[in-house]
Design a protein around this ligand. Structure first.
Ligand code: 5GP
Ligand code: MG
Length: 461
């Protein structure tokens, strides 16, 4: 995950616009947030742990004056939620100073780090993002050549925004794993992980930064260069449609909300059930539940109320309250009592959410709890920037659907098929990455699958 944003707009309050852009991308990362601005080429950056609204105040934004800005919201995996990993990273090198924000995950970080170290440049952390920043900051060729050379060396997923030499730079890996949209704000340019951020700042969506494209935006406008790294097959992450992206964003020409509703409709056709009520696990399961209810002709109801103030970090309840942990987030409504309920969620990863929700629904008086999941079982880790556990942590890794059903205690369990998900999204299967569902990776998978554990230290996204 991670959200990135960039704006080149000399006549506007770029830090404030970046703040609002990041606010729209908060769902992509809730651990830290940061903005870097360039004022006539002079860089200032502010980054800290917490939500966008916690990191920035009116005063702090006023201190970030400039004509170009980039921003980042970070969603780390485990442990590495340190201030030092907050982005944008600022790197002072032999050739230039860069501020950089990254969404994705590299799979050849170790190799690149070794090369940098051999060249006398010692990375301070084990972060893949720092490697990209160090390569750009120390490459003495002109900026565009330095970026092209760096892109040719990076393996894995990267959608990147950079602020350097008074310019806004955006580039995307040749597979296009993670999204990156390009928008216009009058005569000015904006880039953002998702179109919902363009909408909020009043920019019109122009197109996407293409796979393998470099866009440089400076005083003389937008310059782009294509196919900077060897062409690869497109591999936009299909899980963006399932869960990651905001439903009001448009990705690859498809509105995410519509794709999710179609996933639910298709799921109802593939795995019908006699029931009295269809309800979502809010909020991520809601569009699919609406689609399911519509296609099945079963009434839609909320079933559970979600407390929207539960962030990723809150004071842990005392021991005696621990089992009620899930009550911090959800509370069932009496409308489920005595009913045969279909509960729809977008995905099962570790299985812990669903296990607790099923128990809660039975406690609330549900007669039957039929779990319907609008994506196939996740059976393999992601090396391209999603916080999926390794093989052992995935509940569907090495278990049949019925074994998982028994584990979560549901009356029945069914997943949307791979083909059904693909049809709902609308892209051809050769244009997306769906390795977490198939184990077929679009790049050579890392030699050591245990990288998925190491990844927790390496990933910065
Ligand atoms: P589980 O409890 O099975 O590990 O997680 C499944 C739930 O987490 C679903 O409700 C789904 O919406 C959500 N989810 C799916 N992918 C991710 C992810 O990468 N990070 C987080 N925090 N939640 C996720
Ligand atoms: Mg969810």
């Amino acid at each position: 995950m991670c959200g990135i944003f960039g704006i080149h707009a000399p006549e506007r309050d770029v830090a404030r616009l970046a703040y609002f852009g990041l606010f729209a991308l908060q769902h992509r990362g809730q651990e830290s947030a940061g903005i870097a601005v360039s004022d006539q080429g002079r860089l200032t950056a502010l980054r800290d742990m917490g939500l966008v609204t916690q990191v920035f105040s009116e005063d702090k934004l006023n201190g970030l004056q400039g004509d170009v800005a980039i921003g980042h919201t970070r969603y780390s995996t485990t442990g590495a939620a340190h201030w030092s990993n907050a982005q944008p990273l600022v790197q002072h090198g032999r050739a230039r100073t860069v501020a950089l924000g990254h969404n994705g995950n590299l799979i050849n970080t170790a190799e690149l780090r070794a090369e940098l170290t051999a060249g006398g440049i010692r990375p301070l952390s084990s972060s893949d993002t720092e490697v990209i920043a160090a390569m750009l900051a120390n490459d003495e060729r002109p900026l565009e050549e330095a970026i092209a050379a760096t892109m040719r060396r990076l393996d894995g997923a990267y959608s990147v925004v950079v602020l350097t030499e008074g310019r806004l730079v955006a580039f995307r890996d040749p597979h296009g794993f993670r999204p990156l949209a390009l928008g216009r704000l009058g005569d000015d340019w904006v880039v953002a992980s998702e179109t919902c951020a363009l909408d909020l700042v009043g920019a019109t969506s122009e197109r996407e930064v293409a796979s393998g494209e470099l866009a440089v935006i400076g005083p003389d406008g937008l310059h782009t260069a294509h196919a900077l790294a060897p062409a690869e097959r497109p591999a936009l992450c299909i899980f963006e449609y399932v869960y990651l992206a905001r439903p009001d964003s448009e990705l690859g020409g498809v509105e995410v909300y519509g794709a999710r509703v179609r996933m639910g409709e298709q799921l109802a056709r593939e795995a019908p059930v006699d029931a009295d009520l269809v309800m979502p696990v809010p909020d991520s399961g809601t569009p699919a539940a609406i689609g399911f209810a519509r296609a099945a002709g079963i009434p839609f109801g909320e079933g559970l109320i979600k407390n929207r103030y539960v962030g990723r970090t809150f004071i842990q309840p005392e021991q005696g309250m621990r089992e009620q942990g899930i009550k911090l987030k959800f509370n069932p409504l009496t409308e489920i009592a005595g009913k045969r309920v279909v509960v729809v969620d977008d995905s099962i990863v570790r299985g812990s959410t669903m296990h607790q929700i099923v128990a809660m629904l039975f406690d609330g008086g549900a007669r039957e709890v039929h779990v319907r999941v609008s994506s196939p079982p996740i059976i393999s880790p992601c090396f391209y920037g999603i916080d999926f556990g390794d093989d052992e942590q995935l509940v569907a890794g090495g278990r049949s659907v019925d074994e998982v059903r028994a584990l979560i205690g549901a009356t029945s369990l069914a997943h949307l098929s791979l083909d059904g998900m693909q049809a709902a999204v609308g892209h051809h299967e050769s244009d997306v990455c769906r390795a977490c569902f198939t184990r077929r990776y679009p790049t050579a998978a890392p030699a050591d699958r245990r990288l998925s554990k190491l990844r927790f230290e390496l990933a910065t996204s």
